[in-house]
Structures are given as structure tokens and as C-alpha cells.
Design a protein around this ligand. Structure first.
Ligand code: ADP
Ligand code: ADP
Ligand code: ZN
Length: 216
């Protein structure tokens, strides 16, 4: 199954992707995670991405497309993949079409998680992430059993620096201006499946499963 998970920052893409990939045995490909890992290691990619990520702006298309092209050619993508946070511009979507068609493959579903802007702000500023395993929590909506500690691995939880109120505004504007037009692009291809992302995490997962089974 070749899947794309779309939605504005804070819609729940990472949270849902974590659950679905475990069930389907496909890799979770998050360009945001790839940039953060490269930034942490200080690689040339990380240095390039940092000024954009820190400002809440999109990283330039050529850089971003290169990463995904390489990743999709790896063996573990043969069974399928879940793209989270890519594509985010029309150029990225067109490049993805080219990459996949050159591999003789296509996209099965593009799922859009719909969440109102006012709720996104609360989700993003309360988000916490495990330093060790990357699991995502929320201080109010999905708190860990012990404050600041990961349920799964005991790792320390941290807040992303771009989840500050100041950066979140820029990121949501980037979404509206550059990413939202993609919905029409995929609607036109008959691939778009729209889901209410405002419900409880488990309810969204249940609906997502139904959608992927083609019963929704
Ligand atoms: P994205 O990857 O789309 O930016 P995340 O999956 O990281 O979003 O979710 C953003 C924040 O909202 C996290 O703190 C997460 O725990 C929380 N969250 C995700 N889905 C829901 C939901 N359905 N209801 C309430 N909170 C949620
Ligand atoms: P969220 O889903 O919460 O917005 P991500 O982890 O997906 O966050 O992305 C974090 C940052 O990484 C973005 O603000 C942007 O700077 C960069 N980024 C991630 N994916 C892309 C992409 N497809 N194109 C350009 N920049 C990206
Ligand atoms: Zn952890």
C-alpha cells in the first residue's frame, strides 16, 4: 500500500502514521523527522535545512525531493510506504509522480486529516516528543503516565523549538499558502480521502483503517 498522509501541522499525521505502519508493515517516511535527524547530526543536509526549519518555513523543494527520491528506492519500500509531511508543494507532488512512475508504481490513497486552526495551535504548543524513540505525546490530550517521561522507553520528553506560539503562526501560513492547494491536485486525480481529525486519537485511527480498507 502506497500512502500519503496530509494535513496541517498538528493535525495528527505522525501520531496516526506510527499506528498504521505497525499494522501494515510499511516504513514511515517523515521528511520532518529526516531534517531533524540531519540537524542533530550536523550533516550538510542538516546545516542547509536548519535555517528554514528554525524559521518555520518550508525547506526548498530540490533539497526535500532529493531525500524522498533516495528513500523510496530503498528495499523496505517495496512492500509500500507511508509518506508523512511530503509532498507539501505542487512541485514536490509532481516530482513524486515522476519518481513513482519511473519505478512503475503509483499512489493508492492520499488521506487528509482535517483540523480547525484554533485546535492546531493548542495541539502544537502542547506537543512533547521522546528524545530516545521519537514517540509523540500531548501535555493535555495524550499525556504520558509520568510527566516528562516516555511510556514506551522511559526516555526524556522535549518540546520542538518550532512548536513555540511564534513559529506555529508562520508554519500554519506556509501550509495555507503552499500545501493546501495540493488537496485539489489529489482530488482531481480521485485519490483524496478526507477525514475528521478533530476526534479522539483512537477514533481517527479507526476511521483511517476503514478508509484504507476501502469501506469508507
Ligand atoms: P503532525 O504530525 O500532523 O504535526 P502530531 O501527530 O505530532 O501531528 O500531533 C500533534 C499533537 O497533537 C501531538 O501532541 C499529539 O499527541 C496530539 N494529537 C494528535 N492527534 C490527536 C487527536 N486526535 N486528539 C488530540 N490530540 C491529538
Ligand atoms: P509538522 O507536521 O508538525 O508541521 P514536520 O515535522 O512535518 O512538522 O516538519 C517540520 C519542518 O520540517 C517544517 O516546518 C519544514 O521546515 C520542514 N519540512 C518537513 N517536510 C517538508 C517538506 N515536504 N517540504 C519542505 N519542508 C519540509
Ligand atoms: Zn520513548
Amino acid at each position: 500500500m502506497n500512502l500519503i498522509l496530509m494535513g496541517p501541522p498538528g493535525a495528527g499525521k505522525g501520531t496516526q502514521a506510527e499506528r498504521i505502519v505497525a499494522e501494515y508493515g510499511i516504513p514511515h517516511i517523515s521528511t520532518g523527522d529526516a531534517f531533524r535527524a540531519a540537524m542533530k547530526q550536523g550533516t550538510p543536509l542538516g546545516v542547509k535545512a536548519k535555517e528554514y526549519v528554525d524559521a518555520g518555513k518550508l525547506v526548498p523543494d530540490d533539497v526535500t525531493i532529493g531525500i524522498v527520491r533516495e528513500r523510496l528506492q530503498q528495499d523496505d519500500c517495496k512492500a509500500g510506504f507511508m509518506l508523512d509531511g511530503f509532498p507539501r508543494t505542487i512541485s514536490q507532488a509532481e516530482a513524486l509522480d515522476d519518481i513513482l512512475s519511473s519505478m512503475g508504481r503509483g499512489i493508492d490513497h492520499v488521506v487528509d486529516l482535517k483540523v480547525d486552526r484554533s485546535l492546531l495551535l493548542a495541539r502544537l504548543t502542547g506537543r512533547r516528543i521522546c528524545k530516545s524513540c521519537g514517540s509523540t505525546y500531548h501535555v493535555m490530550f495524550n499525556p504520558p503516565a509520568q510527566e516528562g517521561v516516555c511510556n514506551k522507553c522511559g526516555g526524556e520528553l522535549y518540546q520542538r523549538s518550532d512548536d513555540s506560539e511564534e513559529k506555529v503562526g508562520t508554519r500554519l501560513d506556509e501550509y495555507t499558502n503552499k500545501t493546501a492547494p495540493l488537496l485539489d491536485y489529489y482530488r482531481g486525480k480521485g485519490l483524496l480521502r478526507e477525514l475528521n481529525g478533530e476526534r479522539e486519537i483512537d477514533e481517527v485511527t479507526a476511521e483511517l483503517r476503514e478508509t484504507l480498507r476501502g469501506q469508507a
